[in-house]
Design a protein around this ligand. Structure first.
Ligand SMILES: C[S@@+](CC[C@H](N)C(=O)[O-])C[C@H]1O[C@@H](n2cnc3c(N)ncnc32)[C@H](O)[C@@H]1O
Length: 334
């Protein structure tokens, strides 16, 4: 490496002069010994003593996900990847677009390094089937899909390969929890591992009946009931809610219906089980609220009841122009 050799007392002034004139080679480190400093340069320069010697490369140490991948991906690709991260406990789940699949290992290793979580998985399919679980491919870290996720102080244990869970619903769960009154009798028709029941029962003295068709989800819900200090009570049932609920011989003050693709097909069950002035927290995928409102109104009138829509909101975007929407309906016996 070509360097300008200068006595130590001139090192700083020379360095600044060379830098200002664009003559210093910024990719190498300045070296010093007891008497001299050696400043890396690109070309020979008149008026200085030039020597050749080994200098350490300045090789940049990456400080974050973007820096590690900046040689591999465009900044837009990095940003898209970053917003696809779902962190569930000590597991990160990434969505890698098809055109970047040949770089999935580099991306997985970068995610492991900078999130400092235990395991990185990649989405291999859409959420599918009755249990709403997706296929995952292990990318980096430790291949152990069980974790404990913390949400609003609740500890939620789950296996990301076996059950549905979305950390993106945390705000919605808090909102529903805050609208619950002590003393309510609540049915969660599609409870999964129990994030709604656990978050609500940690904060409110309520009586919750939680149903899910996925045996693994109910196993984790039962663990989660024990893992958390609850003010209220949660009782779990495994099976199809249409069947399981036939044995319920009481009505509920609130029914939570978070199965957004199919909840509308269970509205008859919900309207049968809701008490006078009870609330149905209904969810669906839609580009508007109208469809959901019409579905609630027609299910109410089919059973001779009335529904007053008390709140509508977008929970999260699912695809361009489509939302996971929440509609809260207060149901009155006529
Ligand atoms: C979108 S997930 C929601 C889980 C949970 N409420 C949450 O927020 O994480 C829907 C859940 O409904 C369950 N499910 C689907 N069909 C069902 C049925 N007929 N009866 C009871 N549970 C059902 C699935 O197993 C899945 O766990």
């Amino acid at each position: 490496m070509k360097c300008v050799k200068v006595p130590l007392r001139q090192l700083n002034d020379t360095r600044i002069k060379l830098m200002e004139n664009g003559l210093m080679n910024m990719e190498y480190r300045i070296k010093t010994d007891d008497e001299f400093g050696y400043i890396p340069i690109n070309d020979n320069i008149e008026g200085y003593e030039i020597v050749c010697m080994y200098l350490e490369s300045m090789k940049k140490v990456p400080h974050n996900f973007s820096e590690l991948l900046e040689d591999e991906l465009s900044s837009e690709e990095i940003e898209n990847l970053r917003t696809s991260f779902d962190t569930i406990g000590d597991i990160v789940i990434l969505e890698i677009p098809d055109e970047l699949l040949d770089k999935k290992q580099i991306i997985g290793d970068a995610a492991l390094k900078f999130t400092k979580r235990k395991s990185i998985y990649m989405k291999k399919s859409a959420i599918k089937g009755t249990t709403r679980v997706r296929d995952l491919e292990f990318l980096s870290g430790i291949d152990d899909s069980v974790t404990i996720h913390k949400e609003h102080g609740a500890r939620l244990k789950l296996d990301v390969r076996e059950v549905y869970f979305s950390p993106r619903l945390a705000t919605e769960r808090k909102r529903v929890m805050e609208s619950v009154e002590d003393g309510e009798k609540i049915l969660d028709m599609f409870c999964g591992i129990g994030p709604f029941p656990i978050v609500i029962a940690r904060n409110k003295n309520v009586d919750i009946t939680a149903v899910d068709i996925n045996e693994s989800a109910i196993r984790y819900l039962d663990e989660n009931i024990k893992l958390n200090k609850l003010k209220g009570s949660v009782k779990s049932y495994c099976g199809d809610v249409r069947k399981v609920s036939e044995s319920f011989n009481f009505k509920f003050d609130r029914i939570i219906m978070n199965l957004p693709g199919l909840a509308y097909t269970f509205l008859d069950v919900a309207f049968n089980l809701i008490d006078d002035s009870g609330i149905i927290n209904y969810y669906e995928f839609s580009d508007s609220y109208e469809q959901g409102i019409e579905r609630l109104e027609s299910a109410a009138s089919a059973i001779g009841k009335q529904v007053e829509i008390v709140n509508c909101r977008k929970v999260k975007s699912t695809s361009p122009g489509e939302w996971h929407v929440a509609i809260d309906g207060k149901v009155y016996d006529k």
